[in-house]
Each structure stands twice: as structure tokens, then as C-alpha cells.
Design a protein. Structure first.
Length: 257
């Protein structure tokens, strides 16, 4: 146990945290004894509000540099997600006694992969890109749509009005052998390139003029309902990178035929 006057703290880059489950936030935990030497003990991180998100690793080991754990926020589309949240740090030897707390605020993401941008219309595709597939922002509510889906795959064709460029989007969990259900899917690959030895979800967002040979990234299914081969409702946000490229194409798509 620490001596009297020991000091513990939790730190994040900003107390305003985007309510976007695709962007985990690093949280630094650190502790020192009264004489300035570091606390070297197992510790536990917790969150005060159910539904505000979760730590990907709650048990950490404090060392000379402290410990870093990643907090995955809830999504802004989840009722009650935004608002105050408090993180707590306790030593594993006394898990019910917090030694440090940090207050933050979950806020709606102004841009990027949050699905909030797609709530403005029943059918909408939003893109925010800085890569070879697309650079700029696009909010396509006035468009022709082609939608096909099964329990494990959603395929979309979007033709924005007034544009000579069409878009093809696919999200699937075929290699996982599971339905395309709400949740975050990380380290995805382009459909048709998922190795059997490393089953992953698949994603591809491309236009009629540009696309990735191979992709990396993640997507979140906020809602997906399909009856037979008819898609009743879909809301998906994503972050896609062409493999080997540092820049990202973010966006979301909503379909309510």
C-alpha cells in the first residue's frame, strides 16, 4: 500500500471526448509515493456510468512510466451516451477505494466516422476523406440507391444526384460465421481477401473511379435489420485506410427503405 501523501492521477488528451466507438481514447494512470518514487503496483480502472463505454483493459500494472489503457466510448447513436463520465483508479489491493478520479464529457463528434452525421435523413451517405479514394466531404441524401443484404452481408450502391461518380460499399461478417450485428469490427480486410487462418470482418468503400487494392480499418454496426433478402434498416459508421497509406476515409451510411 502507498504511504501517506502518495499521489495518483489519471490523464487524457482532452476532457471533451468524442462519442465515437471507433476512436478509443488513451488514458494514462500514474502514481508516486511521498518521496517521489513511482508506485509499482497492479491497479484497476473503472467508469461511473453504465453505457458510457468501457476500458479495453481494466487491469493495469503501474510502473515507472505509469500505465496506459484505452477507453472505448459509447456511440452517440446510443440513447443517453453523451454527457458527464468519471473514470476511477484503484489499487488492486483495495479495489473499492479510488485513489484518483478524472471527470470528462462525452460529446457528439462534429465530423468523422460518428454515425451522427447520417441521422439527418432516412437514406444518407456521409464521407469525410483525405486519401486517394476521396478527398473532401460529401453528404449524399439525394441519391439513387441499390441495396442488397443478408444476415451477414450488406452491399450498397449509391449514385448521388448531379455527380458522375457512384459509390459501392460492402460490410460483411461472412468469414466470422456470425450475423452482421451491432458492435465494433476492427482490423477488417477487403471482401474476398480474408485469409481462412485469420477470420475477420470485411469492408470496402470505393467509387466508380477509385478504390483500395487492400484495406485496413474498422466499422461499427449501430443498427442492422434484414428480413429474408430485404434490408429494413441499416446504420453503419466506418474508418477505412488503403493498406500502407497513412490517411483515412471516414464516414457513415444509413438506409431505411
Amino acid at each position: 500500500m502507498p504511504e501517506d501523501r502518495s499521489h495518483f492521477e489519471l490523464r487524457v488528451l482532452s476532457p471533451l471526448i468524442s462519442a465515437n466507438a471507433l476512436q478509443p481514447v488513451p488514458v494514462v494512470a500514474h502514481g508516486t509515493y511521498a518521496d517521489g518514487t513511482p508506485v509499482l503496483e497492479p491497479a484497476i480502472l473503472s467508469i461511473d456510468r453504465p453505457g458510457a463505454g468501457n476500458f479495453l483493459r481494466t487491469n493495469v500494472e503501474l510502473d515507472a512510466l505509469g500505465a496506459v489503457a484505452h477507453y472505448r466510448p459509447c456511440s452517440v447513436t446510443r440513447p443517453g451516451c453523451t454527457g458527464p463520465v468519471r473514470f476511477s483508479l484503484a489499487l488492486a489491493a483495495a479495489p473499492g477505494t479510488p485513489v484518483a478520479t478524472l471527470d470528462a464529457e462525452l460529446v457528439e463528434s462534429p465530423v468523422g466516422s460518428s454515425a451522427a452525421a447520417c441521422l439527418a435523413a432516412d437514406e444518407l451517405m456521409f464521407l469525410d476523406g483525405e486519401d486517394s479514394v476521396f478527398t473532401g466531404t460529401l453528404s449524399a441524401a439525394d441519391a439513387r440507391w441499390g441495396v442488397t443484404g443478408t444476415a451477414s452481408r450488406l452491399q450498397l450502391r449509391v449514385e448521388p444526384s448531379g455527380s458522375n461518380r457512384s459509390w459501392q460499399l460492402e460490410f460483411n461478417t461472412l468469414a466470422l460465421g456470425t450475423p452482421l450485428e451491432p458492435g465494433v469490427y476492427e482490423h477488417v480486410r477487403r471482401p474476398g481477401t480474408v485469409p481462412p487462418s485469420m477470420p475477420r470482418a470485411a469492408m470496402d468503400v470505393r467509387s466508380s473511379t477509385s478504390g483500395c487494392g487492400q484495406v485496413d480499418g474498422s466499422f461499427e454496426v449501430h443498427a442492422y435489420e434484414v428480413v429474408g433478402d430485404v434490408v429494413e434498416h441499416a446504420l453503419i459508421s466506418f474508418e477505412q485506410r488503403c493498406t500502407g497509406a497513412p490517411r483515412t476515409l471516414r464516414g457513415c451510411v444509413r438506409v431505411t427503405p
